[in-house]
Design a protein around this ligand. Structure first.
Ligand SMILES: Nc1ncnc2c1ncn2[C@@H]1O[C@H](COP(=O)(O)OP(=O)(O)OP(=O)(O)O)[C@@H](O)[C@H]1O
Ligand SMILES: [Mg+2]
Length: 260
């Protein structure tokens, strides 16, 4: 280890007690990272992340490009095992558990690019998601109630729908698995503000059903309305944690005056 990285190791970011100052005591959060470090090969990109997502709460990770937000989601979903620290799901240690095994305990990711089948219709995309045992009739009913646009477009090929509609379909597919934890990476990327608002309305409703939601966004605007807590990441560290209204000043500083 170089001297430089040893010096960096000594920087202390937000810790569990900072999350508890928002949420109170949380004995077994739906998702927790404790002092997580992670690396791609030899390059360490997470330098000790503490993160708490209690049941039914929405936590948002914000930060500029390369801050380590997506990497944090990769650790939470099992795609990248922590090199140090712990990944806990409902209080159980899950380091080195595979993404598919984590999915079986209810950790569901909507990947960047949304993960719908472009050459299948909306219905067939939903049907593919029912292999786990949910009834197609129930899945369609809930989906079209939640996202009426998908009902109108049930026979359309997913790849020909707008980005926002595809994101709705990706969320609908994820919800068929009845997840305990939902991980969303840049839900709003490339979408019109109106659609983003609709999507976040659904996110709030899904959380109200008891699903824990961890959202990564680059910019704060719309997501702040649904966030119970916000973690600000910079250079692989969680530098600040708080309620959305408590972080406004830090966010403007972090983005060097960018509108947030
Ligand atoms: N597969 C990879 N191999 C090597 N380095 C990677 C890999 N993925 C990410 N990184 C590096 O890790 C660091 C954190 O990246 P990450 O994707 O987590 O950032 P981010 O906060 O999601 O950024 P953005 O807002 O641009 O999506 C960056 O320096 C990035 O270059
Ligand atoms: Mg990212």
């Amino acid at each position: 280890m170089t001297e430089h990285s040893e010096a960096e190791e000594s920087i202390v970011g937000a810790v569990r007690s900072d999350w508890e100052s928002v949420f109170g005591e949380v004995p077994r959060p739906a998702l927790e990272l404790r002092a997580v470090k992670a690396a791609y090969g030899k390059i360490q990109v997470l330098h000790g992340i503490d993160l708490v997502v209690p049941a039914g709460r929405v936590v948002v990770l914000l930060g500029p490009n390369g801050a380590g937000k997506s990497t944090t989601l990769k650790v939470a979903s099992g795609q990248l095992p922590p090199s140090a620290g712990s990944l806990l799901i409902a209080g159980r240690l899950m380091n080195w558990v595979s993404p598919s095994a984590l999915a079986r305990v209810g950790v569901c990711t909507i990947p960047e690019g949304r993960g719908v089948f472009p050459n299948l219709t909306v219905r067939d995309n939903l049907r593919m998601a029912t292999y786990a045992g949910a009834s197609m009739r129930d899945v369609e009913a809930t989906t079209y109630e939640r996202f009426p646009r998908l009902g109108e477009r049930r026979r359309q090929l997913a790849g020909t729908m707008s980005g926002g509609e595809q994101q709705m379909l990706a969320m609908a597919r994820a919800l068929t698995t009845d997840p305990a934890v939902l991980l969303l990476d840049e839900l709003s990327m490339g979408l019109a503000p109106q659609i983003v608002e609709e999507l976040y309305e659904q996110v709030a409703k899904i959380a109200a059903l008891g699903v824990s939601i961890l959202i990564v966004e680059q910019f704060a605007q719309t997501v702040m309305g649904v966030a119970d807590a916000v973690g600000l990441m910079l250079s692989g560290r969680m530098v600040k944690v708080g309620r959305p209204q408590d972080l406004e000043d830090d966010l403007s500083r972090a983005y060097l005056g960018a509108e947030v």
